[in-house]
Design a protein around this ligand. Structure first.
Ligand SMILES: Nc1ncnc2c1ncn2[C@@H]1O[C@H](COP(=O)(O)OP(=O)(O)O)[C@@H](O)[C@H]1O
Ligand SMILES: [Mg+2]
Length: 244
């Protein structure tokens, strides 16, 4: 969905974050507009996951401002940030392996309005029918692709306004990656859900993204429509060869 003139939902200005004395984010500026798919690509260790976690307040931004829907969230506790309508599927999925699929989804809905639980459950089961079939199985018994679907579904249970996904394609077979990216595109197209996609495997992310950002060593070095970046030889050389 092209949303160049819609309002900015998430904005970062001059954001710096550190691990001890080591700067992982060195002054990040970034805007995500309502209704768009934004992608952040970059090599391993660039600071992509740190950026996602810093938006949720862990680690805290030591400098700069993060705002969501016009509200300054830079110093807000993580649970309060989640209540505003941000949800994330973290890198490595981190579902609860001993709990069933259904129980994982219940936990995802914990901060949401209980009146919407049934509708939210139906919605995620419609997006990922496999999860419905496996609702009574333990999370640990699922395939990698199904675990990724569960991680995304769990994030959706709170009906977020911004869904942030950290490397949803990591370690998955190409066909499964395609399914997951189609589900993300569908959510955006049909429901207008705003998505922030962090990916090392840049091809699908750039193809999908209305706006993409490239991160190198804790800084944004380039941004533009995903397809424009996809066409740039230096981007192809750095992030695509072998990355498809
Ligand atoms: N918990 C941590 N403690 C110390 N350094 C970390 C920690 N997590 C990440 N880093 C370092 O911060 C930098 C950015 O890491 P990360 O955000 O995970 O990058 P990416 O997600 O782009 O691969 C790397 O140099 C990494 O080694
Ligand atoms: Mg990462």
């Amino acid at each position: 969905m092209i949303a160049t003139d819609s309002k900015v939902l998430l904005s970062l200005r001059g954001v710096k974050a550190f691990y001890g004395n080591i700067a992982a984010l060195k002054g990040v500026d970034l805007d995500i507009r309502e209704g768009e798919i934004a992608a952040l690509i970059g090599s391993n260790g660039a600071g992509k996951s740190t950026l996602m976690m810093t938006i949720f307040g862990d680690p805290r931004a030591r400098e700069g401002v993060i705002s969501f829907d016009g509200r300054d969230i830079t110093s807000m506790p993580t649970h309060a940030i989640a209540r505003l309508g941000l949800a994330q599927s973290p890198e490595g999925r981190r579902i609860f392996p001993r709990m069933t699929v259904f129980e994982n989804l219940q936990i995802g809905a914990a901060i949401g309005d209980p009146r919407y639980f049934d509708a939210s459950l139906e919605r995620v089961y419609a997006i990922f029918p496999r999860l419905k079939e496996r609702s009574g199985q333990s999370g640990g018994a699922l395939s990698g692709g199904e675990q990724q679907m569960l991680a995304i579904a769990r994030a959706l249970m709170n009906r977020p306004r911004l869904l942030m996904l950290d490397e949803p394609s990591l370690g998955l077979a190409p066909l499964v990656v395609k399914q997951i990216f189609e589900a993300i595109a569908d959510l955006n197209r049909r429901e207008g859900l705003t998505v922030f996609l962090v990916e090392q495997n840049a091809y699908h992310a750039l193809k999908l993204a209305d706006r993409a950002y490239v991160m190198v060593n804790g800084l944004i070095t380039l941004s533009g429509p995903g397809r424009d970046l996809l066409a740039m030889p230096e981007i192809r050389a750095a992030y695509l060869e072998g990355g498809r």
